[in-house]
Structures are given as C-alpha cells and as structure tokens.
Design a protein around this ligand. Structure first.
Ligand SMILES: C[S@@+](CC[C@H](N)C(=O)[O-])C[C@H]1O[C@@H](n2cnc3c(N)ncnc32)[C@H](O)[C@@H]1O
Length: 298
C-alpha cells in the first residue's frame, strides 16, 4: 500500500509523481525523526481513509468478481483478508455478499467494524486463523500480503486461506513485485495533504535484504506519529509455485485492469487460484493478438 504506488492503479499517482519529480530525497525531516513511533497499522487507522481516498477500491472489487466469475465462480460468502479499515469490504457488502473481514490490527479492524456493521470483522493473523464457516471466495487487496516478510510466511498464509475455502472456492489477491518495490519505492518521498492530514512518507529499497521500507509520518490536529512499514516483494513465477504448493489449482498471475497474463517484470500483479473440488473451473480462452500483429510477427 502506500502513497508511492503504481500509476496504473490510480492511487495517489498525482502526489507521487510530483514528489518524485521534485523531491527524490530519502532524508527524514527533524519532525519525522522526533515524532512518536507507533507499531504498524495502529495510529495510522485514524488517518488511513483520508490518505487513501483516491484508491479505486470499487474498481478492484469489481475486477476480482469479474475475473473469478469468468472462471466459473459463484458464491455468497466472501472473506476480505487484511481488510484494514474495510475499504474493500464495503463494496462487497454493497454487492449483496455475506462478508467476513480479517485483519491483524485491532485498530484497523475497529474502523472496519464501524464502517461495515453488516460484516463479521475478525482480528487475527492470516498465517494462522480459522473461521467457523468456510467461504466461497477470499480476496486481499492493496499489498496486504506483501506485509508477510519472513521466509515461509506467505506459504503459511496461502495454506491457512486454502483451509477456509469451500472445495471449488477461489483466492485472489494483489502484490507488489520486486520490480514494483525496487523501481517505485526507491528513495522516494510522497508528501501531501488529505482532509486535514499532512503526510510525508519516505520510501527505501534495500537491495541486500530485498525489503522495502516506508517511514510513514502523519500529522493531524497537531498530533504527529510515524509508523514503519516493511514490504517483501513476490514475483510471478515464485507466486505460481507457492500457490501450487499450498494446494491451489487453475493458478494464474494476471494484471489489472486487462486481466492478461503478467510478465515477470510487472510492478504489480494479481494472483488467483482455486481450491480443488466442487464444479470444474471454466476454461478461459486466451486473448488472441490482433490480426495485424500476428501477421507481422510471422
Ligand atoms: C496496506 S493495508 C491494506 C488494507 C486494506 N486491504 C485496504 O485495501 O485498504 C494492509 C493490511 O494488512 C494487515 N496485515 C498485515 N499483516 C497481516 C497479517 N499477518 N494478518 C492479517 N492482516 C495483516 C494490516 O494490519 C493492514 O491493515
């Protein structure tokens, strides 16, 4: 997540572009250095929605539903993994689904509960959670699974989610790749104002650890804090392998918004796969290149 993401996603691209053009510096301000340090996704819960107001949550949810339905999915009960303040929970409720929402942060989950009283919001870790009732579809948006940074974390999460899906149920999520975190976050600063919240988020990419870090400074009503967020990239081939190892079939890594197969150098990808069983998945006919291009490439 974060100010500083791919322009194709439409989120905060204006702030980010401007910040890159004029301020490619990673030094922190004095105010940033002295601000109260908070654990990730705690204090941020209060200002998250103000900062993320341009994020196309509805379009992402529509994309998830379109892609799984194209593959034959139908269902009623869905799970928003890493739901945050519930911004991708609300559109699914509006679509008429029974929604369960899971987040490790009690502060973020409390906002989701207030925003989406119709959802069952659960505080828990995606690597080790269990629901009372299985779900037909699980989805995670806005880099939620990039927060799993230790070796084996994503595998555990994929297996936990798999165990909560009905046979034939689908998982779909987005992630930043190495290309995305390296190119888009390297030594950039995204700074701006959003509904009375001043934010100054400094990004860094460490080639040695292959981790991206954001020092997320925010100030509102004279109160300032800084949260440190760390993301680990995941790449298409690796994602396909992890998904299959966790037991998913019909695994694909695609791009938003076209749904075409992702290349290895894509900055951000969407992954989907199905728990075996139930009705067979529908076959997706690959999009054929336009006639002229095919003729030329012969
Ligand atoms: C970038 S936010 C995205 C929130 C929301 N999906 C959205 O689109 O606004 C990532 C969320 O993942 C949650 N998260 C991080 N690690 C988690 C874990 N191990 N289990 C469950 N949630 C986690 C964080 O608490 C945070 O709310």
């Amino acid at each position: 997540m974060l100010p500083g993401r791919s322009e194709g996603d439409g989120a905060l691209a204006h702030d980010v572009g401007a910040a890159r053009a004029t301020r490619r510096v990673s030094a922190h301000t004095e105010e940033q250095r002295t601000a109260a340090r908070r654990a990730p996704f705690t204090a941020l819960a209060d200002v998250y929605d103000a900062i993320m107001q341009d994020v196309p949550y509805e379009a992402w949810c529509a994309f998830v539903l379109r892609e799984v339905r194209l593959r034959g999915w139908h269902g009623r009960r869905v799970l928003d993994v890493g739901c945050g303040t519930g911004n991708a929970t609300a559109p699914m409720i509006a679509e008429g689904f029974d929604v369960v929402a899971l987040d490790a942060s009690a502060d973020m989950a409390a906002r989701a509960r207030a925003k989406c009283p119709a959802a069952l919001v659960v505080v828990g870790d995606v690597r080790s959670f269990a629901l009372e009732e299985s779900v037909d579809l699980a989805y995670a948006v806005f880099d939620a699974l990039n927060n799993l940074i230790d070796d084996g974390d994503l595998q555990l999460a994929l297996e936990s989610i798999h165990a909560q899906l009905v046979p034939g149920g689908w998982l779909m999520f987005d992630v930043n790749t190495t290309q995305g975190l390296r190119a888009l976050w390297e030594d950039g600063v995204a700074e701006g104002w959003a509904d009375g919240v001043y934010y100054r988020w400094s990004h860094a990419w460490d080639e040695a650890t292959r981790l991206a870090t954001v020092e997320a400074f925010c100030r509102t009503d004279g109160v300032s804090f800084v949260e440190r967020h760390v993301e680990r990239p995941y790449d298409p081939l690796e994602l396909e392998g992890l998904m299959r190892a966790a037991g998913y079939e019909a695994v694909e890594v695609i791009t938003y918004p076209t749904g075409r197969r992702a290349d290895e150098d894509e900055p951000r990808v969407w992954v989907l796969g199905r728990r075996p069983g139930g009705e067979p998945a529908a076959r997706i006919t690959p999009v054929r290149p336009p006639r002229a291009r095919r003729a030329r490439s012969r």
